[in-house]
Each structure stands twice: as C-alpha cells, then as structure tokens.
Design a protein around this ligand. Structure first.
Ligand SMILES: Cc1ncc(COP(=O)(O)O)c(C=O)c1O
Length: 449
C-alpha cells in the first residue's frame, strides 16, 4: 500500500533470500513438486506463502499484511474467516463432518440455488468446479447420445481432459482466427481427447453457426463461460448467446454455462444478466463458503440422467465427500448473506473501481485496461478493444501483467499474476481508495521500466 508520503510500502520482504518464505520453499520443495500443490502459484524466486487472513486482509509468513484482492481465485466473496460461516461450520463440526447418507444441509443449499438461478430446475453437488464441468459434459453426452463438445478459445473450465483444450493457445499453434485449432493446454492429455473437443472464437456467431452445423450429428454440447476470466472477462456481444442458443436448439445440442466464477456477477448468476437459456449450468467457488465445492444443475429433463430411478441413459455420480454437510453449511451461510442488496453494493463498488482504474491507465501512457462485471475485475495488459481471446495477447503483454502483479504485491495488494482480481464484502470506500492509489503507484513504477 502507499505510505502517507506517497511512496510504495515495499511489502515484498518475502523475496529476500533469508525470508521465511525462502526457507519454507526450500523445505517444501523436498516434499511437494515446485513447493506448492497449485501450478498457478509458482513464481520466481519462490512462491508467497501465507500465515492467515481476516476479512479482506491476508498476512504472509514475514508478517506483512496485504489487501487480498484475489480471495482464493475469487472463491471467498466475504473474504477470510467470515463470522457467519465460522459459526455455522463450528456448529456443524460438532455434529459430524461427513456421512454415507444425505443431510438436511444439502437440500437447503440446493433450494437456495434453484430459487435464484434461472436455468436450474434441479442441482447435484460435487467437490470442485472441475468435477462439476466433467459431470455436466457426461450428462450432456448421456442425454444426447453424442460424444463431441465445443468450447471457446481462451476459456478455462478446470483440468478435466476434454476441456483442458485451447485455453492458453499461442500464435504458432492456434490456427485461423475464425476456426481455432484444438491444442492441448497441459501435458498428459491423450491426443484423441484433444481432437474430440472443437474450438470456437468468442463473439463470432457466423463461425459458431458454421462449425456447429458441420458437426451437428456428433455434438453433445457447447460449453460457454458467459464472462470468461482467462479470456479477459470480455462480455458476450449483443445477440451472440441467443444465436448460439438458436443453432444448438435446432440440432438438439445442449448449451452448458460454466458459472464457476461468474456466479459472482449477481444474485441469479451471469445468466440472469446476459440471458442465454442454458440447459446445464456448472457452479463452484463462492457457493462453497470457502470449502471445496462444485455443482451441476439444469433443466429437469437433462438432470434426470443423474436420477438413479430413471430408465435409459444414466450417469453414475457418487463422490465420498460430495454434498458433505460442512461445505453445504458454509455455502448456505455465505450465499444467504449475499442477498440482492449485497450483490448490488459490490457491483456498484466494482463498476466505480473499474472506471477509476481505467482512467489511471489512460493517463499513465501504459498499455492496459480493466475489464470485469460485478465484483470481478481484471487487468488486461493491452489497450485495444477486446472482442475475443486473441485480442488480449500481444508481444510483451504477459511480462507487463507479471510486472504489474509484482509491483502491486510490493505496494501491498494481492491480485493474480495474470491480472485477475475481485472485491469482497468486508471492503468499502477506504479499500477502493487504497487500490486506486496503489495501482497509480504501480503504474508509475512500470513507466520507469
Ligand atoms: C470458469 C471455471 N470453470 C471451472 C473451474 C475449475 O474449478 P476448480 O478450480 O474448483 O476445479 C474454474 C477455476 O478457476 C473456472 O474459473
């Protein structure tokens, strides 16, 4: 954060060779590849390790407090140790943590989601967003009797084989603008699985219509994140989701909305704002109240594939920890505190912050813009108008995003190294001012080269 004299806080003590984080990393590397279980936390010379968090603040191993604007990759809409979640979970712990049978907490969270999200008649719980996406794809395959799926270039949907495709494509391999190639976004994915997934550019209805019509008899579903983070939070162009819906419906192909992140956008998720009438919706992150969670919901006739009483194609889905009452209780407490007024407050803060940060970028001479919706925002390191994933990349963009991340970390603000950030309910005007001041300082550092 900025000091009263306007200089940076120099919070990055963790980078010193003698820091607690450096020592922790040396030890952790002996037991955990790369010293962390999350690939995306890797950084040079070593990752940042945290001791804990309270509200919108997180403390690293050196004892440095920073404003947490990443909130475990947007999962914590109330920040850390939100008292209603702590209380509800503490009470649940003493009643037991998981059972081989359903508990009332599962029904309570299911009801809340079905009552709020327009596309849900029924919902099933899993343990992560990745699992939710995996099960939605299986449900679509079982329902349609077809195998192939279509996804959007640049959109991340977790680390399931069929979907870890073309979310980080680069020019040497990404193919034509209107017909992106299917590229493996990770090692370990069988080539035939990559080829089973077809890829579309975002916001290009003609390309969508062409590809979907050509493969109409093979396609189970098109999966869409209405506000895809890795693609730069570029909103759907007017009419785009409707065109997708029309062409898929004409051929009996399902539409899956991946709302694992975009549930944050509002009370009814991004689908309430952008429309699109999905058959299936995947959810995660904020609806777990800080505990591992995923959920797949949708229209009753499609969700029937999960019903053990259904005749015909059935999808088997268990999961030892699925719908465990600790997660369900935490999710319920977190979501109940997010009524329409709470979402509206965060949205108002988010849109004012985005406008203020965009003004800073324009005045700084540094390439970049701030995108997002609701409480989500993202620093995209290019200035041009954004239509799809390819617009978010240009020479030097990744390095610029990384330098901004490090400068903000030094100023006392945590975002993701690719620019993703979000607000949480404990934040108010003081935090917005602090973010603005520190982004201004970080841009000044970047301008010095
Ligand atoms: C849109 C989207 N879908 C799916 C996932 C995977 O969720 P999880 O990390 O809980 O497996 C993510 C994770 O960031 C996501 O952003």
């Amino acid at each position: 954060m900025a000091k009263p004299d306007g200089s940076l806080a120099h919070a990055n003590k963790f980078l010193d060779a003698g820091s607690q984080c450096a020592q922790w990393y040396r030890e952790a590397k002996r037991f955990i590849p790369g010293g962390t279980s999350k690939t995306n936390l890797h950084m040079r010379p070593h990752p940042l390790y945290l001791r804990g968090g309270a509200g919108c603040w997180a403390t690293d191993l050196e004892g440095v407090e920073r404003l947490d604007c990443i909130n475990n990759f947007t999962a914590l809409i109330h920040g850390h140790a939100f008292p209603p979640v702590v209380q509800a979970v503490t009470e649940q712990l003493s009643r037991g943590t998981n059972f081989a049978f359903s508990t009332p907490e599962e029904l309570r969270l299911a009801k809340l989601l079905v009552e709020r999200i327009p596309g849900l008649d029924l919902v099933r719980f899993f343990n992560s967003g990745t699992e939710a996406v995996m099960m939605a794809i299986k449900a679509a395959r079982a329902f349609t009797g077809r195998d192939r799926i279509v996804k959007i270039e640049g959109a991340y949907h977790g680390y399931y084989d069929d979907i870890q495709v073309s979310f980080n494509s680069t020019p040497p391999h990404w193919g034509p603008d209107d017909a992106p190639a299917s590229t493996a976004s990770s090692g370990g994915i069988p080539k035939h699985r990559v080829q089973e997934t077809l890829v579309l550019p975002w916001n290009n209805p003609e390309a969508a219509e062409r590809l979907i019509t050509r493969h109409k008899n093979e396609l189970a579903a098109v999966i869409v994140d209405p506000l895809a983070n890795r693609m730069g939070f570029i909103p759907p162009a007017p009419g785009y989701l409707e065109r997708l819906r029309q062409v898929t419906r004409a051929h009996g192909i399902l539409v899956i909305f991946d709302e694992v992140i975009s549930l944050r956008v509002g009370y009814g998720g991004a689908q309430e704002r952008y429309g699109g009438d999905p058959d299936l919706t995947t959810m995660g992150k904020i609806m777990g109240g800080g505990f591992p969670v995923g959920a797949t919901g949708g229209k009753a006739e499609v969700m029937a594939v999960f019903d053990p009483g259904t005749k015909g194609p059935r999808v088997l889905a268990g999961g030892t920890f699925s719908a465990n009452p600790v997660t369900m209780t935490a999710g319920l407490a977190a979501m109940q505190a997010m009524d329409r007024a709470a979402f509206a407050r965060l949205e108002d803060m988010g849109s004012r912050l985005r406008a203020r940060l965009n003004a800073l970028f324009r005045g700084s001479g540094q390439p970049g813009q701030v995108t997002g919706d609701g409480s989500l925002f993202r620093f995209v390191p290019v200035s041009r108008p954004l239509v799809n994933y390819r617009d978010t990349l240009e020479a030097g963009a990744v390095e610029r995003a990384n330098r901004l991340f490090m400068a903000l970390l030094d100023a006392g603000i945590i975002i993701n190294d690719n620019g993703l950030a979000c607000l949480s309910t404990p934040m108010g005007e003081a935090e917005l001012n602090r973010i603005e001041e520190d982004v201004a300082q970080a841009l000044a550092v970047l301008a010095k080269g």
